[in-house]
Design a protein. Structure first.
Lengths: 272, 344
């Protein structure tokens, strides 16, 4: 029984000549929710893309249960590890059911037809994301929040033990952000799916993740449970921002309050 | 709604989608068969369908055997084969690059094959197999050049199209130059290599495009699931287990193969590759692969275009002039639309 541990060992990656990170080591806890946070261009998306095989590493390895994912066949890997890219493209006019059905691709052989198991997986994915009533609608007619749930449904239909998501809440209003994150927790609880996501919002990351990875300029600054990682010092190092970190009265998790030069009782000093 | 109702609804919808696709393919095939028969029956004179069928069965029919067997049949067979090739190859490129403007006849692949064919026939006086081989090599070289020139962080469709339009214009002037160098200026030849023509078709010319379709064409159709996945974008396709680089390589090699071989015989019949995919997509809707419907639409376009050019218009025009007259406004429409939405 594979335990689906994903890890990066001495991993270096980048685009063309440009290195984004070098010699990075990271262990993703199995069956938990991990959020990767950091300032823009710190390499968090590149890390996620390299760990899901979209980019070939310059050096080092990404290991899934001890085996290099870059040595596996794409279809084989896609049965265990799913990825939702930042801006996936919906073909013009495609229906929700058809799109979600494409998540079954790695489970279908070269010649094998659509089976009852595929139908079952799509139906479950639609139910789990509450998109069953949209099944026959065209994806391009949906609202941003609905569309994001449909993409997650596609990833669910893939039925992988690990699911990586690149900023799943971008372009969504706060209500839909919470909805999407709740959905990922449901999935994690119901199927023990390992979730790894890149998130912009530090406070939502602290609220929803079991494990935080804070990145700064291509290296890992801090790793661990949110109450150890989300500190005033980390925010200053990673984001270059003064802040207060208090205990979130709603969750008991840490809550970061940014301190800018205006709008607060004790403004931050003008930085040099 | 319970899981069971969702399941039942999904199954019904899926069956409906499948049968709608099958109906569209069947309808297009029937239309093609009908057009094939009509174009064999009707020309300067009308031959009764019974006589046409007898000629096709190899029976000698006085008065019909020559008109149908020698004049119309080679032309119609080549029209269908080249139309299938252009339609299939064109749609494969458009789907792979997610852009109707990324058709081989817009980005210079047809022009490259045509230039090589002119060079082989007019300048080197080579025979049919060499012409086909040179056309394929030139088509692949053009594909390699435009993909190479437009490669940044992955392949950008917009850049590839602009590079391809430039390459295409350069190759068109190379064709004009080669034709101007030819010892005897021949208008028919010139029209063939610039816009495509079925004049002077013979049945033995059909061998090469038929072979190309049987080999490259079937390999290409075998990639239709991978191509459907690519419509979700390279990242999603890869995340769902598609070997993106491999799919792309097979699609480029096979699509260029069928298009170059057809071009080596009929010339680059204008805009058939470009028009077939979008027309087929209109007919089948977003219900699965557009490749086979596009091939059928391509064959219909060339058959109808050639028929119109010969018999329906005042004067006689090569097929490429007719398809060009239909295709050009659509090209303008697409460019205006791309400009409005800001997409390329």
């Amino acid at each position: 029984m594979p335990d689906n541990t994903l890890s990066a060992r001495d991993l270096s990656s980048g685009y063309g000549e440009r290195m984004i990170f070098q010699g990075l080591n990271l262990q993703i806890p199995a069956g938990r929710i991990t959020a990767i946070v950091g300032a823009n261009a710190c390499g968090k998306s590149t890390l996620l893309r390299t760990m899901s095989r979209l980019i070939a590493p310059k050096a080092g390895q990404v290991l899934l249960d001890g085996k290099s994912i870059h040595a596996m066949s794409p279809r084989h890997l896609a049965r265990t590890l799913g990825l939702l890219p930042q801006s996936p493209i919906a073909p013009e006019g495609i229906t929700v059911a058809d799109l979600v059905g494409r998540g079954r691709h790695p489970h279908q052989g070269f010649l094998s037809r659509w089976t009852a198991r595929d139908d079952q997986a799509v139906a479950e994915a639609l139910q789990a994301t509450g998109t069953q009533d949209l099944a026959e609608r065209a994806v391009d007619e949906l609202s941003g929040g609905q569309r994001q749930r449909v993409w997650i449904a596609m990833a669910l239909a893939q039925q992988t033990d690990l699911l990586l998501l690149d900023e799943p809440t971008t372009y969504l209003d706060i209500c839909h952000q919470v909805e999407v994150l709740d959905l990922l927790v449901d999935l994690n609880r119901a199927r023990a799916t390992t979730v790894v996501m890149v998130l912009h919002d530090l406070n939502l990351a602290a609220r929803y993740a079991d494990h935080l990875v804070a990145m700064r300029a291509g290296s890992i600054d801090a790793v661990g449970p949110p109450d150890q990682v989300l500190t005033r010092d980390m925010v200053r190092r990673v984001f270059g921002l003064d802040s207060m970190v208090i205990s979130d009265p709603a969750s008991g998790r840490p809550l970061m309050l940014p301190l800018g030069r205006h709008g607060v009782a004790q403004p931050a000093a003008r930085s040099a | 709604m319970t899981l069971q109702t969702t399941l039942t609804r999904l199954q019904t919808a899926r069956h409906r989608r499948r049968s709608a696709h099958a109906r569209a393919v069947a309808g297009l095939s029937a239309a093609l068969a009908l057009a094939f028969l009509i174009t064999l029956c009707v020309g300067q004179s009308v031959t009764p369908p019974g006589d046409v069928l007898r000629v096709l069965a190899g029976i000698d029919v006085p008065g019909a055997s020559f008109t149908v067997g020698q004049l119309r049949l080679p032309r119609v067979v080549l029209a269908v084969l080249s139309g299938l090739s252009f339609g299939l190859g064109g749609a494969a490129f458009q789907v792979m690059l997610r852009n109707p403007l990324a058709s081989p006849d817009i980005i210079g692949i047809n022009a490259g094959a045509s230039a090589a064919a002119v060079f082989a026939i007019v300048t080197l006086s080579l025979g049919a197999p060499w012409v086909a081989i040179m056309a394929v090599v030139a088509g692949l070289a053009v594909a390699a050049a435009i993909f190479g020139l437009s490669f940044g962080d992955g392949i950008s469709g917009g850049r590839l199209i602009l590079v391809g339009i430039g390459v295409s214009a350069m190759l068109d002037s190379a064709i004009a130059f080669l034709l101007a160098q030819a010892p005897a200026w021949d208008l028919q030849q010139a029209m063939r290599w610039l816009t495509g023509s079925l004049n002077g078709a013979t049945l033995d010319q059909a061998l090469w495009p038929a072979l190309a379709l049987a080999t490259c064409g079937s390999l290409l159709i075998g990639q239709r699931r991978g191509l459907e996945m690519l419509r979700l974008g390279e990242d999603t396709a890869a995340a769902l287990g598609t070997d993106v680089a491999r799919t792309r390589l097979i699609v480029i090699l096979t699509a260029v193969g069928i298009i170059a071989v057809a071009t080596a015989i009929t010339g680059p019949i204008a805009f058939v590759a470009f028009l077939s995919g979008p027309i087929a997509a209109r007919i089948v809707g977003p219900r699965g692969s557009v490749l086979i419907p596009a091939a059928l639409v391509g064959a219909l376009l060339v058959l109808a275009g050639d028929f119109a050019g010969q018999f329906l218009l005042p004067g006689r025009y090569p097929v490429g002039v007719v398809t060009g007259a239909i295709g050009a406004p659509y090209l303008i429409f697409l460019i205006i639309r791309a400009n409005k939405t800001g997409a390329t």
